[in-house]
Design a protein around this ligand. Sequence first.
Ligand code: MEV
Length: 315
Amino acid sequence: MSGEARRGSGRASGKVILLGEHAVVYGVSALAAGIDLGATAEATLLGRDEPSAIEMGGERVIADARGDDDRGRALAALLDEGGALPPMRIVASSNLPPAGGLGSSAAIGVAAARAAMDIAGLAPDDEAAIARATAWERVFHGNPSGIDTAAAALGTCFRFTREGGPAPIGVAKELVLAIGMSGQTASTKVMVEGVAKLRERKREMVDRSIAGIGALVSNAALAIEAGDLAALGKLMDLNQMLLAGLMLSTEKLEELCSLARGAGALGAKLTGKGGGGAAIALAADDEAAARILAAWRGAGYEAFSTKVGTRTRIS
Ligand code: MEV
């Protein structure tokens, strides 16, 4: 045989959670959307006796269901979920900030699952890729709702519940979002466990916040479908207040939110796990987004903008 070995390939989006992070873990719905940044992966088959491995950032990790390395256990889970795949080498890369709250690990999981299924000769299948990537995520995050892997696979704007999964929603008016990086990283697992611990101590308060967030999400879905950006911005601000009450915000995230509002944002909040990572601000248009980015950059934060529409971004 001559020529290059066949390669399987996969891509996936990063994500922003527009409203409803953390509450979604407890069964209420959340709103998320894919963003332009994301992950790619390539897979090649190995000999029958070779161990599967994944390379990320020049580091190689071998699949090992019982090993000490989370990444090795996660790869073993991904390759096994729903039917074992043959030995393979996966090379993955992402242009999302790691641990930045923008779904980097889920995007790598979905891209790797897609590449693995492709090289194994399986037809593209979002549900199967999401299931494999969720098995990968479970190793890192313990109790993921599944919203990150759904966003990574779908790339569109959708409402999500643990029970029902993703349901795409119509975006009447494109959302222009500014994304500011706090520069702090946090572990999703630790932040999710933090809310669970707070709930053990202050059950009524936490359950009221979760229900309140659920109500904000329902109204935000209506606002997105109606193109009412001013209402959506106010709902994001209220969501941020409830997230701060759940101890998920930080001084830097609060500073990002107030700088954004001062620069004319319609609303601003943390996105994803909190405790660091990113804040999002809703802008009325591109010029408004540029003013928010300038305010953030002027204060030393890394920032960029993205747009959320109805079209599928990366699949
Ligand atoms: C993390 O991006 C979103 C959380 O709600 C966790 C989850 O849904 O699995 C914090």
